[in-house]
Design a protein around this ligand. Structure first.
Ligand SMILES: C[S@@+](CC[C@H](N)C(=O)[O-])C[C@H]1O[C@@H](n2cnc3c(N)ncnc32)[C@H](O)[C@@H]1O
Length: 390
């Protein structure tokens, strides 16, 4: 399927199902779709606790559940399914190239380099940290590499590793959001997990400056988005808020049972506080500042009192505290179930965001590919935008 056809298809489908994925059950206890699709609501409410985490994390499985009630959503599954980029196997890079890289990160970097293919131009490794990716490319593509990174300490560490590996890799300590000297015409720009505006700026400025090739694996799409996401490519109906772009990256990081219990308690208590606030003020959601972790480790009564005081609400009397704790847990159980609907659209939103950058590059004369460069178990942020100036 051509990129632009995929983009137009996803755009239309996501636009038409906006009412399913946009509402956040944490803020909106009963999204409108609950009334419109009562059988879906009933199935979700009846789900055993053991299915909840899996369905919230696996958007394909969640979409399949939704499709039993709303068959039209199944089109999204094929539109969001991208080719797997096979990549050539990497030439021998010596036994020690990966000093100091944790195993999973090393596998991501090797998969990225293999999928990106052989480059001929000098490489710019954008927001490169210690420059592990840049070092691997210098070793395997035998090309000079500049690694741009804001953190001087990471650059110094990276210089040491580059020297040990004997590669031509220079570090540039610079802010990728304001650097004017980079990127440069004719370079091959690579970016592995440069967050939000950092990868978008690379693509925007790189196109304007005549960068010859891009390989970009985006992440944290919401970073640098003020209220609304500014689409780059043409002819889109959908417009995303910052929170919508956040939906693309909401998988829970694998956590221990203790961490899961702690996270559930935090959700339940915050919802208990929200329920209290709705009871004593108005029945709408209000944002609140992050809650200090120690407050969640205390008793619920202390937590509720501190939150009420901080948010300028009347202090709860001792007789009502237990009721709001119970209601918080009830809402937690509902929110986790209702969120499955929103999370069913996670991958489709992510692919829409990546396609926006990919189609922008295609509109500017690049030959562009979009696919996944590694298994999602290695990193869920596994999309790779590959573009070559035609
Ligand atoms: C998620 S890490 C990825 C690092 C590397 N590409 C990798 O995959 O190992 C993001 C990197 O971006 C850097 N960074 C954040 N903001 C930056 C900025 N404004 N300019 C340049 N680098 C930045 C961080 O210091 C960090 O090293």
């Amino acid at each position: 399927m051509k990129l632009v056809e995929r983009q137009q298809g996803l755009d239309a489908e996501l636009f038409s199902f906006h009412d399913l994925w946009h509402p956040q059950p944490f803020r909106e206890p009963r999204p409108q779709w609950c009334e419109r699709w009562p059988s879906l609501f009933d199935e979700l409410m009846g789900l055993p606790e053991t299915d909840i985490a899996r369905l919230n994390d696996d958007s394909e499985a969640a979409l399949a559940l939704l499709a039993r009630h709303i068959p039209a959503v199944s089109t999204l599954a094929s539109l969001a399914e991208l080719p797997v980029l096979q990549g050539a196997s990497l030439p021998d890079r010596g036994a020690h190239w990966a000093w100091e890289i944790p195993g999973r990160k090393r596998e991501q970097i090797e998969a990225f380099a293999a999928a990106a293919g052989q480059g001929r131009q000098p490489v710019l490794d954008w927001c490169g940290g210690k420059g592990h990716l840049g070092r691997l490319l210098a070793l395997t593509w035998l090309t000079p590499v500049h690694t741009l990174e804001i953190d001087a300490g990471l650059c110094t560490a990276g210089e040491g590793l580059a020297q040990r590996a004997g590669v031509r890799q220079e570090f540039v300590v610079s802010d990728a959001l304001t650097a004017t000297a980079w990127p440069q015409a004719g370079q091959h720009a690579v970016a592995l997990h440069a967050c939000g505006e950092l990868h978008r700026r690379l693509i925007r400025d790189g196109v304007a400056k005549g960068v010859a090739a891009f390989d970009v694996a985006p992440c944290c799409y919401h970073r640098g988005v003020a209220e609304n996401y500014q689409a780059q490519s043409a002819n889109l109906q959908l417009s995303l808020t910052r929170d919508d772009t956040r939906l693309a990256v909401t998988e829970t990081v694998t956590s221990s049972p203790r961490e899961t219990r702690q996270r559930d308690r935090a959700i339940a208590w915050k919802l208990g506080f929200d329920t209290y606030r709705r009871a004593v003020t108005d029945d709408v959601y209000h944002n609140f500042k992050p809650v200090p972790e120690v407050w969640i480790r205390a008793e619920f009564a202390d937590f509720l009192g501190r939150m009420a005081e901080r948010e300028g609400l009347p202090l709860p009397s001792a007789s009502v505290v237990a009721e709001f704790e119970v209601r918080g847990w009830q809402r937690r159980n509902e929110v986790m179930r209702l969120s499955i609907v929103r999370h069913a659209f996670r991958r489709a939103i992510e692919v829409w965001l990546a396609l926006d950058q990919a189609c922008f590059l295609a509109e500017r004369g690049y030959e562009v590919g979009l696919g996944s460069f590694c298994n999602r178990r290695l990193t869920p942020r596994n999309l790779l935008i590959s573009a070559r100036l035609a």
